[in-house]
Design a protein around this ligand. Structure first.
Ligand SMILES: [Fe+2]
Length: 366
């Protein structure tokens, strides 16, 4: 499958996953051949991109840390808890906890899985989808830090709600495209403390969980906010969340820019060790990020193109690649798969951009 910006969608393409609107309405079911009307419908939503099947490698699909269904349930549960809180000023975390327990069990089961690509979210529900995704990534890190299940559920709860202070801000500010005014920046910078103040008054929420909201923008070098805490004063919970939060923000499509692909985000993250984030937690996290995710089309230094079919933890730079073309770039009739750990002189030189993959796919049958 291939992630395609909605602007590139055309009738005849096949959806590789279900497509939902911001309200959770199912727009297109997985495996549907898109009609003109469906394309127009998707383009009307605030989705940045969706997954489609590339004719060159129809069958390739990455396994995910959590199923799309559980992820979506979590987004909906978070949205309704926060919406109810806005009206009643009562935060009912019970339905959330139920969803989170399922999510945690699923992540424990998939503790060795790699992060290939992310959910497709709309710009409108960005903050909710971002919170759920930050939660999934944080729990994946913590499972690998061998946290017991109860502690994982606490972390999951705090991470889901880490930006609740932000969720209280008006949509106009959250969706603003241009630079913020000094007053607006001040409001945004207040969200960790606002969130903390909301969470610490909820009886069932442990204080360490409320501190996730308070501390998630602190940096290990003491240059974060709101309290300029240094590494030794930042809770491990918050250090874990800071890594997950930053990564998810980098790879997300936003109205003003396209999300980075994993190998770009990987490099940016590497540069943040010891300044923004904790080095050990970061390195642990990065062992689970597929630099060349399943479905990525890469060029090798002998000129051949191939698609990544499998990535093993800690061997991210040497994935399995199914060769698509010969050295001259002509499509092969018979595609063979190679394990790059067995071909150590072959190097991946680049990852093709979305448009190039799209063009390569189009040459099939012509
Ligand atoms: Fe935040």
């Amino acid at each position: 499958m291939q992630r395609v910006s909605v602007g590139f969608l055309e009738a005849g393409m096949v959806a590789a996953r279900n497509v939902h609107s911001a309200e959770g309405r199912l727009l297109v079911t997985k495996d549907t051949v898109l009609s003109e009307a469906m394309v127009a419908n998707i383009q009307k939503t605030s989705l940045g991109s969706i997954y489609v099947r590339n004719p060159l490698f129809q069958d390739i699909e990455a396994e995910e840390v959590v199923t799309e269904d559980n992820r979506r349930k979590a987004v909906m549960a978070l949205k309704s808890a926060v919406t109810a809180y806005q009206k009643t000023k009562v935060l009912d975390i019970q339905p959330l906890k139920k969803v989170l327990r399922d999510l945690v069990v699923e992540i424990i089961r998939n503790r060795d899985s790699m992060i290939h690509q992310l959910d497709m979210r709309t710009y409108q529900d960005y903050i909710y989808a971002h919170s759920v995704n930050t939660c999934v990534l944080s729990v994946l890190i913590a499972v690998n830090l061998d946290y017991p299940e109860a502690k994982l559920t606490d972390l999951a709860l705090g991470t889901m709600l880490h930006d609740i202070g932000m969720m209280m801000l008006p949509d106009a500010l959250l969706l603003k495209m241009g630079n913020l005014t000094p007053e607006e920046s001040k409001l945004v910078q207040q969200h960790p403390e606002d969130g903390f103040n909301i969470l610490r008054t909820v009886r069932e929420i442990p204080i360490t969980v409320a501190h996730i909201a308070y501390q998630h923008h602190e940096r290990v070098d003491g240059k974060g906010y709101p309290r300029n805490l240094f590494a030794d004063k930042i809770l491990e919970f918050a250090k874990v969340v800071a890594v997950a939060d930053t990564f998810d923000a980098l790879v997300s499509d936003r109205p003003y820019r396209k999300g980075m692909v994993p190998h770009e985000a990987y490099e940016v993250m590497m540069a943040l060790a010891d300044s923004y984030v904790d080095r050990d937690i970061l390195h642990l996290f990065l062992t689970h990020v597929a630099i060349y995710p399943v479905g990525a089309v890469v060029q090798l230094d002998n000129g051949q193109y191939g698609v990544v079919t499998k990535v093993l933890p800690r061997l991210q730079t040497r994935p399995y690649v199914r060769l698509l073309t010969d050295r001259q770039g002509t499509l092969l009739n018979e595609q063979t798969e190679i394990d790059l750990t067995q071909y150590l002189t072959l190097m991946i030189t680049r990852v093709l951009k979305e448009k190039e993959v799209f063009e390569l796919g189009k040459t099939v049958g012509t």
